[in-house]
Every structure is written in C-alpha cells, then in structure tokens.
Design a protein around this ligand. Structure first.
Ligand code: WT7
Length: 685
C-alpha cells in the first residue's frame, strides 16, 4: 500500500480503531496501595490459591463453586453446555427461583434484619427500613396481584419504568417469584424510549410510579407512561394495563389523568391481596430472569437477556468475594437500579447474601454535597459503591465534607468509566479516610457482573487501573488483525474474554444474529466450531495490560459514548436529531468533561437553503431529550455548512471529535472537502 493510500485507509476506519480510544486515557502507571491488615483479617476471600483453582484447566467445573452459593430445588446435571456456540447454557437441568434465594431463604436467620433501607430524597422524610420479613410479605402480596389481577405467568415480559424507591426491588422480586421476565427502564429515559422497549419486549403490562423526588422537585412521572403506551401503539403493540404505584400511598401525586379501563392504582388493588402468599415458581436455571436494554452501534437499543441460575450465581459470588459483602454489612451502591449495576449490585447480589442494601431516591448532591455522608453516618454504611462521575462531582462540590461526618467504609467500589488517579486518591484518602480498600471494577451490561477487578484482600490497588481479571475470567487482548498481544505487553488492543462465564447474557432479545455478529464474529476463525475456545467474547473496549497483569481500560472502540458512566449510542442521538425536518445530517462525538467523563457534542448540517439559528439548535436539543431523555442532552449543537467527509462520502467523526476536544485533527488533505475543517473550527469555538 502506498503511504497515501494507507493514510486514506486509516482515515476511513474512523471510530472503530484503537488509537482513537487511546486518546481517552493517557496517565502514567501509578504506585500501589495496600489493603489494611484489618480488612484482610475479616475478608471473605484472602487465599491466593483461588487463582490456581480457577485456572482455565479447571473450566467449566470451577463455576460450580458460584452456583453452590445458592439454594436449588433441583441440582443441575450439566455445569456447562456448549453444543450451540456461542449460545452457552449453564447449570442445565437445575431448578431455582431467584426471589426465593433473595428473600425466603433468609427468613429463618434474618427475619428481623433490614433488607432494604429506603432513603427518600427530601431529608425531612423518614428513612424506611424494610426487614426481610416485611420484604417477604410485600413481595408475596404484589406477586399475587401480578398473577391474579395482572394475569401474568412465567415467561411473560413486563416493563417497569420506576424510580429509585423500595417498590422497585419489590416489583422485580415479585416478577422473579412468578418467573415473569422484568425489563426495568431507567426512570430518566423518556416515555418514547420506554415505549420502544415495551414494544420490543412485547410487554402487555407497564408498571410505573406517579411521581418521585429529584433535585428537590416532585417530578410527574406518570405522564411518561401515556407517551410510552402511545409510542408502543404506533409500532403496533398494545399495552393492556398500566399499573401505577403511589409515591405517597393513599394519595395520587401526579397531575396527569388516569386513563379509564387502562390505568390502575396499585396501592388500591393491593388491599385485596393482603396476606396472600405465592409459592415461588421453580424455574429452569436457563429461564430468562430479566431484560436490560443497552445502547450499541445501531439506533436500536438491544435487550440483553439474562438468565436466572447463571446470572444469580455470578452476582452472588462476586458480591461475596469482590464486594466482600457479609450478611451483617450495610451496603450502599449509589447507582440507579435502572442500570445493570443496580440490578446486580443493589438488588440481586446483596439480597442473595442477606445484606442490608440502601436504595436512595435522589441525586447525590441534594441538598448539598454532604448528603451522601450523612446517609452513610445515619445508616452506618460500611460498603460504598459509586461511579467516577459521582466521585468527581462530590470532590468538586464538597472536598472537605466527608471529614465532617462519622462514617467508616471498609470497602469502596468505582465502576463505569476510567477514574483519574487524582480522583481515585481523593476517594481513597478523603472518602475512604485511608482505611477503605477500593476495587475498580470493569464490566458491562452484557456481562451480568464484574470481569476485571482486584480481589480486595489479595491484590494491591493501583489507581487508574482496574486490576487483573477476577477468578474464573481469562481475558486476552487482540490487535485489529486478530493477533494476540503478549500478556503484559503494555500495548493497546481489543480486550476479549477467552472463556464463557455464567453471568453473561444469553442473547439479544429477538435478535440472536446480532448477538453473534456483535460480540463473537470478529475473532472467531471457525464459525462451525463447537469448541468454546474458538469463541472469544469481544467486549468492545480498548485496553492495555501492564507487566504486573493489571488491565487499564481505554474506552469504547465502537460508536458508543459513555456519559457519566451511562451508555449512549451515537446513532440513537443522531437519529433523534434527524427527526427535526430541517436537519440533513447529524454526527455525534464524545467530548472530554471534567465531571461526566464524556459528553456528546452534536454537529448537524441543514437541508439546502435553510439558515442556521439558535432556535433551530434548541429544537434539535429538544428532540434528543424527548426521544431519549435528559441524560443524552448534547453539550451543544453546532450547525455546520457541511460535514467533513471522505471521498466515499463517509462523515469523518474523528475530525469533529478532534475539533470538539481542542486537539489537532491531523492530516485532513485526503478529505473530499478539506476546506470545511477551518470553517467548522470557527463555528465550534
Ligand atoms: C462500558 C459498559 C457495568 C457497569 C456500568 C456500565 C465502561 C465500565 C469501567 C471501568 C473503565 C469502564 C467500558 C464498558 N466501563 N467499567 N471500571 N473502567 N471503563 O455498564 O453501560 O454497559 O457500559 O463502561 O467502556 O464497555 P455499561
């Protein structure tokens, strides 16, 4: 290839190459920090022998240890079935109920122990402490309602669009008790986004709440249900009932009217189910437990389908040994249950271990940056779990707040994005008061639970790096040509996992082809192979492994932007912009942000003859917010006369990204319209 041609070729690769990702993280390797002897002495896992036990030679049987943490109605016959790669099946033949494992089985010992501390956002509202007994009662009554009033049975899907309230885990567990597949949509997502998911999952029932508190405001949430039902109807899918929880029982807190014959206030109907008990349904290990929609490279979100037995085994083991959760711990994960982190590490993992799990309704900074630490002090939280975005915001707005409160964490987690070493050190010194261990856990919606992390009592911590893989996970880094990079090479490539694991999603709902093509095709050399070794899982992240075996995640290699630890597809945002009739083309690029890690910048060009205006830019923003939700709001909308394009007409997002990030766009001479770059620079100043 001539130099010119190869340059052209590289330019056309756009966002799909690793060097792009490498822009994201470039800090040097840091010194280690050690866990305290006090932590090690009480840890659930301190025996380094675990790694030999979980070596690839012992795959797949070592995962039996995960499933043995659960109670099974019927023990499985086959630990791992690889007969239809890459549709792996775990604990085949086993029968289990997830709700039973998270609630019923704890009653003999922990009946009167708090299962859920619900912390309302308004600080003058009392914290609610739900014991395991109370949780049992409420889950049973609601399961009875879902079955006898809602007509739901095992295998049906139901969409939840609920805020962070105790009723959310209650609803999830009631579904799990019946074998009903729940699909919780993040409450911040728009009604339209919810409607798409209702329709894709084929949910006849939508469960929501009238209102909830956010940043000091009681938000009308029920209105989104109306939009969702309409949106679903537009795709030819009918919703029969909308079940509405009342944020304040006995009082309807939304100005949005109820729709006759469709909308039902749960709190009213629930009275008929008082004292009702529902036998947990003995589900096959392989039955889906829930769907979790996430963004990918196309405009259509994918419903990641998670299993019952494999998933629950995976989150229980990782909660016990990576989160170091003991039943007597008070554990607070500040994520939203609407994301996978909340499913795995607020609800299923901690409750399977009989811990007390905190559910906080509001934003961390309300009414001030001391709020999380008052909650921690009040509830005696000793395990804390959050994202770099939240840590950055708390550090900026209240660097000295943690010292004012009497709380002591033994263990803290960071998840969702790379964390800058100086932010990590503030977390360690100020929030952790130098006493807490930190795990930086790397994983994804598709994975069910952690893939990489230090084992807190065994490994030292290294700020800015996640750690080695957890026991049982065996990563490999490939370059773009599919050549394996030597372990510890310090070179960037695409991180993959060599072996299947029980927490991994089973498929994309209604789209098995996409499941194969997105995650397994690229590095599988023999699509006919029945050997799992030929099917590495491609995560879609760039990564390097240092000589000590620790991985550093560099960021997405595809068209996904990680905003505040939440995944957004650039295509979804672009599609929303294109709904504005004046817009001809749209391109979204990630911009580095001091708090949120990344935020989207949206470039649009207009149809011929149209004149740019602030009004039009606002219209584009409004379309993004109504289509997806406020989390996708672009930092700004830049209206350009034309997009930078390759000669084959592809938009060069890389050039736009460089402009937005005040970086050198490099050589643009091979573009079809190189002169546009200077003009865009002016406009995007
Ligand atoms: C993407 C997955 C599952 C947790 C919440 C996000 C990025 C996740 C880390 C980390 C650096 C991280 C990756 C990944 N990511 N954890 N510890 N360090 N990057 O789940 O929405 O599915 O996003 O988040 O890029 O692919 P998600």
């Amino acid at each position: 290839m001539s130099e010119d041609k190869s340059r052209h070729h590289a330019a056309e690769q756009q966002t799909a190459d690793v060097s792009e990702a490498q822009i994201a993280v470039h800090w040097p390797e840091e010194d280690y920090f050690s866990p305290s002897n006090q932590f090690i002495a009480q840890a659930n896992l301190a025996d380094p022998g675990v790694f030999a036990r979980f070596s690839l030679d012992n795959f797949p049987e070592y995962f039996k240890e995960f499933a043995d943490l659960l109670d099974w109605y019927k023990y499985w016959e086959t630990t791992f079935d690889a007969s239809h790669p890459p549709f792996w099946r775990w604990f085949v033949g086993g029968r289990i109920n997830a709700c039973y494992n998270c609630v019923d089985r704890h009653l003999p010992r922990y009946r009167n122990k708090t299962a859920i501390h619900f912390v309302p956002e308004p600080e003058n509202e009392a914290i609610q402490h739900l014991t395991y007994q109370e949780l049992f009662v409420r889950v049973n009554e609601f399961a009875a309602l879902l079955r006898d009033f809602g007509g739901l049975k095992a295998g049906d899907r139901v969409t939840l669009h609920m805020p962070m309230v105790a009723e959310l885990p209650i609803t999830m567990l009631a579904c799990a008790r019946l074998g009903v597949i729940h699909s919780q949509v993040f409450s911040g997502f728009s009604g339209k986004a919810c409607g798409d998911r209702v329709s894709d999952s084929g949910s006849r029932l939508l469960i929501t709440m009238d209102a909830y508190s956010r940043a000091g405001e009681l938000i009308d949430h029920k209105q989104k249900a109306d939009t969702a039902v309409m949106e679903a109807a537009g795709t030819g899918h009918q919703v029969d009932k909308v079940l509405i929880w009342q944020r304040y029982p006995g009082k309807y807190s939304s100005p949005t009217k109820l729709v006759e014959g469709r909308d039902v206030i749960i709190n009213d109907v629930l009275k008929e189910f008082r004292g009702k008990r529902v036998e947990p349904v003995q589900m096959p290990a392989e039955a889906p437990l829930f769907l979790m929609y996430t963004s990918g490279t196309t405009g259509r979100p994918k419903g990641c389908q998670h299993s019952t037995g494999g998933y629950l085994a995976y989150v229980t083991w990782t909660s016990k040994y990576i989160q170091d959760i003991h039943p007597e711990d008070v554990y607070w994960c500040m994520a939203d249950i609407g994301w996978i982190t909340g499913h795995s590490y607020i609800v299923y993992g901690p409750l399977a271990l009989a811990a007390s799990s905190v559910v906080y309704e509001g934003v961390p900074m309300y009414p001030d940056a001391g709020r999380p630490w008052r909650i921690a002090e009040n509830l005696d939280v000793n395990i804390f779990h959050t994202s770099p975005t939240a840590i950055r915001a708390l550090r900026r707005n209240g660097p000295d707040e943690p010292a004012k409160y009497n709380f002591h964490f033994k263990h803290m987690t960071t998840v969702g994005e790379p964390i800058e070493p100086e932010v990590w050190k503030w977390y360690h010194t100020v929030v952790g008061k130098g006493e807490a261990v930190i795990v930086d856990t790397w994983w994804q919606t598709e994975n069910g639970g952690f893939l990489c992390s230090t084992v807190p009592a065994i490994h030292k911590m290294k700020p800015g790096s996640t750690g080695p893989a957890i026991p049982g996970i065996h990563p490999v880094i490939y370059d773009d040509e599919g050549t394996e990079l030597p372990g510890g090479s310090g070179r960037a490539g695409n991180i993959c996992i060599r072996n299947p694991w029980p927490g991994s999603f089973q498929t994309i709902w209604k789209d098995p082809d996409r499941y194969v093509s997105q995650y397994y095709s690229r590095y599988c050399h023999d699509p006919a192979s029945k050997d799992w070794r030929d099917w590495p899982y491609m995560a879609g992240d760039g990564a390097v492994q240092a000589a000590d075996g620790y991985y550093r995640i560099l960021g997405r290699i595809d068209d996904v932007i990680n905003v505040a630890g939440h995944r957004l597809g650039t295509k979804e945002i672009e599609s929303a912009a294109l709904l504005v009739p004046d817009v001809a083309e749209a391109a979204v690029v990630p911009v580095a942000d001091p708090i949120k890690g990344k935020v989207p910048d949206l470039y649009v060009s207009l149809k011929p003859g149209l004149v740019p205006s602030v009004k039009l830019a606002n219209k584009v923003t409004a379309s993004v917010v109504s289509q997806i939700g406020a989390i996708a709001r672009p930092r700004r909308v830049v209206i350009v006369p034309d997009m930078p394009k390759t000669r084959s007409g592809k938009i060069m997002r890389r050039v736009l990204a460089a402009i937005s990030n005040h970086q050198d766009p490099g050589d643009v001479s091979t573009l079809a319209n190189p002169e546009i770059v200077e003009q865009i620079k002016e406009l995007a100043r």
